[in-house]
Design a protein around this ligand. Structure first.
Ligand code: SF4
Length: 190
């Protein structure tokens, strides 16, 4: 994906890597990231299948371009999120990545899972990573999301040490409908 953020960053803890057969399509795996929560720790839910017309050069997750048969149920995701929540004090953050979460074959699952997470957990922040910019995103799809990291990853616009990873991408506040400035990632000395 995009950005190295669609992807599993170096240093991530693969606490939750699981491959279950289930009822929710193309929801491929869940893991834990130190940075996917807008530079903060986050549980990361990865969808398989990417529908961008031309694949991004230097995509970090080409294994997620094709739809996979494996899938996770909401109950499986809930258990992982609950387990994580019980061990940390900070705000709970969950990121949806891919592949492309907003591809037509993934979007219903994204709506359902984001809705249920908001209902089941208080003080939770949801973040969506997508190649789509706001003008290509329907409000219904992101009703339960707080922020997006939006736009396709372009290596020739790379801004190392920042989120988003390329200058053409934006961090977007879905509630206030506004783009936010890039975030300097902690620990990066550049
Ligand atoms: S939009 Fe698709 S091709 Fe581009 S970085 Fe994400 S997964 Fe890779």
């Amino acid at each position: 994906m995009i950005f190295n953020l669609h992807t599993t960053d170096e240093g991530e803890l693969y606490l939750f890597l699981i491959f279950y057969k289930g009822v929710i399509c193309n929801l491929y795996y869940v893991d834990f990231s130190l940075t996917n929560g807008l530079g903060k720790p986050s549980i990361s839910i990865y969808y398989s299948g990417c529908d961008i017309p031309t694949k991004c050069k230097d995509c970090h997750n080409p294994e997620l371009w094709k739809k996979q048969k494996e899938a996770l149920t909401y109950e499986e995701i809930y258990k992982k999120v609950k387990w994580y929540k019980d061990f940390q004090k900070e705000k709970l953050r969950v990121s949806f990545l891919g592949g492309e979460p907003l591809a037509s074959y993934n979007v219903d699952s994204v709506i359902e899972i984001s809705k249920r997470l908001k209902e089941d957990f208080s003080n939770i922040e949801l973040i969506l990573y997508s190649w789509r910019k706001p003008e290509l995103i329907e409000e219904e799809w992101v009703k339960y999301f707080d922020y997006g990291v939006l736009g396709e990853f372009k290596m020739d616009s790379l801004q190392e040490g920042f989120l988003p990873a390329s200058k053409n991408q934006i961090i977007y506040d879905f509630k206030n409908k506004e783009a936010l400035p890039p975030i300097k990632l902690k620990g990066d000395k550049k």
